[in-house]
Structure formats: C-alpha cells, structure tokens
Design a binder for this molecule. Sequence first.
Ligand SMILES: Nc1nc2c(c(=O)[nH]1)N[C@H]1C(S)=C(S)[C@@H](COP(=O)(O)OP(=O)(O)OC[C@H]3O[C@@H](n4cnc5c(N)ncnc54)[C@H](O)[C@@H]3O)O[C@H]1N2
Ligand code: MOO
Length: 367
Amino acid sequence: MTEAWAWIDGRIVPPPARVLPLAECAGLRLAEAVVATGDWPPAARAAVDGYAVVAADTLGAGSYNPVPLTAVAAVTAGDPLPLGYDAVVPFEAAQAVGPVVEAIDAVAPGTGVERQAAWAGAGSLLLPAGRRLRPGDLGLLAAAGRGVVPVLPAPRVRILLAGGPKAGAPEQLGAMLAALVGRDGGVVEAVDAVPADSDVLAEAFARPGADLILSAGRTGTGPDDVAPAALALTGSLDLHGLAMRPGGSAGLGLAGGVPVLLLPGEPMAALAAYELLGGRAVRRAAGRPAGLPHATVEAVTARKLVSEIGCLDLHRVRLGDGGRVEPAASPGWPGLAAAARADGFVLIGAESEGVPDGAPVTMYSFD
Ligand SMILES: Nc1nc2c(c(=O)[nH]1)N[C@H]1C(S)=C(S)[C@@H](COP(=O)(O)OP(=O)(O)OC[C@H]3O[C@@H](n4cnc5c(N)ncnc54)[C@H](O)[C@@H]3O)O[C@H]1N2
Ligand code: MOO
C-alpha cells in the first residue's frame, strides 16, 4: 500500500490554475492570495437607517429627556455619512416633533457608523492562496471588485464501468463512485459503461478530456478480466494486486500521462479500493489534503478484529454504547449491505495480526 500511495503522491498534482467567474468557484481552491485594492468601506457610511447626528448633541438624551437636535440628516444603511456628522441615531431612538427631530437616547461618536477601512484597509489580505472558497467568500470577492479569480479547477474524473455486473445483477457502482468523487473535490466527466473488451477499454482510457480515470470491474485474473491488460496496452500498468482487503485486485498506471486507477468490480471491494486509493488520488488532484476526509471516532473494540499480516484490512464496524465498535462483516465479505449496516470502518495495518477486544481503534465514519 505504501508503494501505491507513493505512486499517487508522486504523480498526481492539481491541474494548472484557471481564471473562472465567481459563479463557478464555490468549493474550489484559490490559486493566489487576494488583497484589498482600496479601503473598505472607502469612506465612513451609515450602518443603520436613521439620522446622522453630531454625537455630542445627544448628550443627556433619554426617553424622559428628549433632546432637540439642531443638525440632522436622514440616512439609510449604506449611505455615505454626510460631512460634519459622526454618528447615526436609528429612527427608533429619535422622534420627530413637527419639523424638529429629538434624540431619546444618547449616542457615542461612531455609533451606527461603519468607519472607513473598518472591514479592510488597502493592501490587507482578504483571502489567502489555497483557500477553499466558501459561499461567503464569493460575496467578499465580488465586494473587492473581483468578478473572476484564479482557482485550481476541480479535476475531471472519468468513471468507467468495465464489463459491468454479471448474471443480470443491477449496476451498483456508477452512482456510488460519482458521489465519492464529488465528496473529494472532483467533477465527474463521464460515467461510461464499457464492455469487457480490452480494445474498447483501451480506447476509453486513451480518450482525452479527463484528468484522472477510475475504472471499476474486471481487474482480477480470470479470462474476462481485461482491465489490467487494456491499461498495459494503452500506457503502463505500474502496480496490480495490492496488499489490502477488500480491494486487493486493484491496480494503477498511466494512459497518455493520465493516471488510471483500476478498482475491483465487486461492489464492497470497489468501495474499499476507492476509499484507500481512489479518494487519495482525487483529493490530491483537487489540491486537498491527501488523508481520509471522514470524521473519526476514537473507539474500543467490543470484539477481536482479525487481520492478515502484510495486508491492510478494512473492517466495517457498528458503533455501540460507550464507543465500542463491533464488526459488521469480515473484510472479505462481499456486497454493500454490511457497509449500510455499519457506522464506519476501522483500518488494521499490514504490520498487525489484528487487535484483541478492548483495544483502542479509530473509526472512520461513513456518514
Ligand atoms: N483466482 C482468483 N480469483 C479471484 C481472486 C483471487 O485472488 N484469485 N480475487 C477475487 C477478488 S477478491 C475480487 S474483488 C475479484 C476481482 O473482481 P473484478 O474486478 O475482476 O470484478 P468483476 O470480475 O468485474 O466482477 C466481480 C463481481 O463484481 C460484480 N460487478 C462488477 N461490476 C459491477 C457493477 N458495475 N455493478 C455491480 N456489480 C458489479 C460482478 O457482478 C461480480 O459479481 O476477483 C476474485 N477472483
Ligand atoms: O481483491 Mo478483492 O478486490 O479483495 O475484494
């Protein structure tokens, strides 16, 4: 596995930065820092609807002691503060008596006012390079006059369903893998069902338009397991057969410089191989941290979790009372039903023969 992770880390980098309109930037990483080009607000302005006043004129005002104001100007929030005034009394803290406005509350200078540069001064950092843009950030960038920004584009991930299910079973991997790719910051370029034919599959690997290819199915050693051969035909099959369970028939290589990950077709093996391999590739291509993105729970085993030495085992587990985890199925048990019953998974590393009951483990939450 270490070799496979090193392969991914060594070859997969985010696609080059592109300048995109804000509407297309949510969730993407900012390629360079954005600084304020001017003071912001550029001049003092009203923060509330009310009367611009000279604060000192309101001294001593209260509901039992209304103070008539000689100089006032009605403003609404966002209006520039008229010259000579230093506070805004909200309409509800004043009363109009005929043409005279009376303060019924005293205000200090600056009350109800956004001072010049209150949000940001000219040249100050608004968003750092690498920032994953939140919806609020898009508003901030618009306010800074940036209609377009350089971002690391989401990698385009092609999903190939190689061969598909056997014996009339329903297709189970397309929606699952597309959702996982989205979770990890990729955009799905296509979800294509491809027959178990090495020439056709090789063409699907070679077709331009993807930054990363995930192919699921026909990775084993049977006569119909054409995915490894097709990859070798198009480019290079660099690793095939990994020390993990489930998902050990996974492989990886390059087609025309594009990284291709071969995931097993067995649905649970595909899920595990995605989590342990594919997700890392997508996250690296998206410029995200490579590690697992799942929320973790520090738990203890309610039962022994057996593991094969030399093999990274993924155990689906249920989380019970007192943070105790219990296996939902053994690692090699096929199908997604046990994963659905589980709350998450526990990884037992290649160096371990398993852990006894009562041992501390980290659960990666499926939710
Ligand atoms: N001699 C050996 N045979 C096998 C070994 C082994 O070590 N020695 N390993 C087994 C393991 S483990 C796995 S995993 C599979 C490898 O699976 P493949 O990647 O070749 O998967 P397929 O042959 O395509 O199909 C297996 C299974 O998965 C179902 N499948 C495939 N695609 C889909 C899909 N899109 N949606 C739903 N289900 C799908 C298919 O119906 C089969 O049931 O090799 C073992 N053999
Ligand atoms: O190799 Mo299979 O992919 O372990 O489950």
